[in-house]
Design a protein around this ligand. Structure first.
Ligand SMILES: NC(=O)c1ccc[n+]([C@@H]2O[C@H](COP(=O)([O-])OP(=O)(O)OC[C@H]3O[C@@H](n4cnc5c(N)ncnc54)[C@H](OP(=O)(O)O)[C@@H]3O)[C@@H](O)[C@H]2O)c1
Length: 307
C-alpha cells in the first residue's frame, strides 16, 4: 500500500509545515500539487518536482481547481492577519476545503489543527481550529485526521522585536505555566507519515505534543545560555501585547485572538485528557533557539547596543 504512487495536494505549501511536507512526499516518489498565492515562492517547490495551482484559499474556484483528481490532501487554513473578523476568515478557508472535498469525492485528508480544539473554553486562535474541524467532519466519505498540534517554535518570532529592544522574553504567558511547543518539521513529518500510510478511516483525531516540562522561564534561560548574557522573562500584559502587535501592522482582531490563546495557555496544558494515540514530537526547543532564535537576536542592531 505505502509503495503506491499517489497524487497529493499540499495547501499553504510554501509555509513552515507545507514546505517540509512537500519535500518529504516528493522524496517518497509521490506526485505533489502545491497550492498558495505567490507563484514566485512556489517556484522552489516546482523546481524540485511539484506542480502548482496558484490561488487563494478564500476563492472557492481556486480551491476547486486545486482539489481535482487528488488522492489525499494536507489541509492548512489561514485568515488574513488584517481581517476585521479573523475567525470568520479562517473558517471560510475550511468551508471552501469542505465544499471542494465533498464535490470531488476526496477520500483522505489531514487537517493541521490545534491542541485544545475539542473544547470551546480554550479561546482565541485555538477555538478557530475547532470551527474548521467541525465543518470538515461533516464531509461525507472523507477520511479525515485532525492533527492537533502544539504551539510552534516559530511563534517565538512574534517576540523578536521586544527580545532585541527590551532584552527579555515579553510573551504574555504566566512564566511558570507548563506550555506545549513543537517544531514544524516534526508536525509535517507526522502529517506525511499518516498521509502515506493512509491508516485512518472516518473522522479521527490525534494529539501531538512537544517535549514535556517547558515554561517561558525555561525558554528565557535557554536563550540566555545561547546568547551568552542574562535574558529574563518579563511578560507584558495582554493589552500591551495587542498594542505592540498592532504597531507592527497586525490587525486588532488577530492580535486579540492571539492573546486569548496566550491567556488560555497561562492556565496550563491544553489537551484532551485520556485521548488515546497521542504522539510526542522528537525535537526539543534547545536546537531551534541555538540555531535560529539566538542568531536572530544577536544579529539585531539593538541587541548589540544593549551589550
Ligand atoms: N503557529 C502555531 O503555533 C500553530 C499551532 C497549531 C496549529 N497551527 C496551524 O498550523 C498552520 C500552519 O502553520 P505554518 O507555520 O506552516 O504557516 P505559515 O508558514 O504561516 O504558512 C503560510 C503559507 O500559507 C499560504 N497562504 C497564506 N494565506 C493564504 C491564502 N489566503 N490562500 C492560499 N495560501 C495562503 C502562504 O503562501 P502565500 O502567502 O504565497 O499564499 C504560505 O504558503 C497555521 O495556519 C495554524 O492553523 C499553528
Amino acid at each position: 500500500m505505502t509503495n503506491l504512487k499517489r497524487h497529493y495536494l499540499v495547501t499553504c505549501a510554501t509555509g513552515n509545515v507545507g514546505r517540509r511536507a512537500v519535500g518529504e512526499l516528493l522524496k517518497r516518489g509521490h506526485d505533489v500539487r502545491v497550492f498558495a498565492r505567490n507563484r514566485d515562492r512556489l517556484q522552489a517547490l516546482i523546481d524540485i518536482g511539484a506542480t502548482a495551482v496558484v490561488g487563494d484559499m478564500h476563492d472557492l474556484g481556486a480551491v476547486r481547481a486545486a482539489f481535482q483528481d487528488i488522492d489525499a490532501a494536507l489541509l492548512i487554513c489561514k485568515g488574513s492577519m488584517n481581517a476585521r473578523d479573523y475567525r470568520r476568515d479562517f473558517f471560510l478557508a475550511g468551508e471552501n476545503y469542505a465544499i471542494a472535498a465533498g464535490e470531488t469525492g476526496l477520500r483522505s485528508a489531514v487537517f493541521v489543527s490545534s491542541l485544545g480544539a475539542h473544547d470551546d473554553r480554550y479561546r482565541g486562535l485555538v477555538l478557530i481550529h475547532g470551527d474548521v474541524e467541525q465543518r470538515l467532519n461533516t464531509v461525507p466519505g472523507l477520511n479525515l485526521l485532525n492533527l492537533r498540534s502544539p504551539m510552534f517554535f516559530e511563534d517565538l518570532f512574534y517576540f523578536l522585536p521586544t527580545m532585541t529592544t527590551v532584552g527579555a522574553l515579553t510573551w504574555p504567558i504566566a512564566p511558570d505555566s507548563l506550555i506545549d511547543m513543537g517544531g514544524t518539521a516534526d508536525v509535517a513529518d507526522v502529517a506525511v507519515e499518516r498521509l502515506v500510510a493512509l491508516d485512518f478511516e472516518g473522522k479521527q483525531v490525534v494529539e501531538i505534543h512537544g517535549q514535556p516540562g517547558l515554561t517561558t522561564t525555561k525558554i528565557a534561560d535557554i536563550i540566555s545560555g545561547a546568547i551568552g548574557r542574562p535574558f529574563p522573562v518579563a511578560p507584558s500584559s495582554g493589552e500591551d501585547d495587542v498594542a505592540r502587535m498592532m504597531e507592527a501592522g497586525i490587525g486588532r482582531d488577530f492580535s486579540i485572538l492571539m492573546n486569548e490563546a496566550w491567556e488560555t495557555f497561562s492556565h496550563g496544558l491544553v489537551r484532551e485528557s485520556g485521548r488515546p494515540g497521542s504522539r510526542l514530537l522528537p525535537q526539543s526547543i534547545d536546537r531551534f533557539i541555538e540555531n535560529v532564535i539566538a542568531p536572530a537576536i544577536l544579529a539585531a542592531p539593538r541587541a548589540v547596543a544593549a551589550e
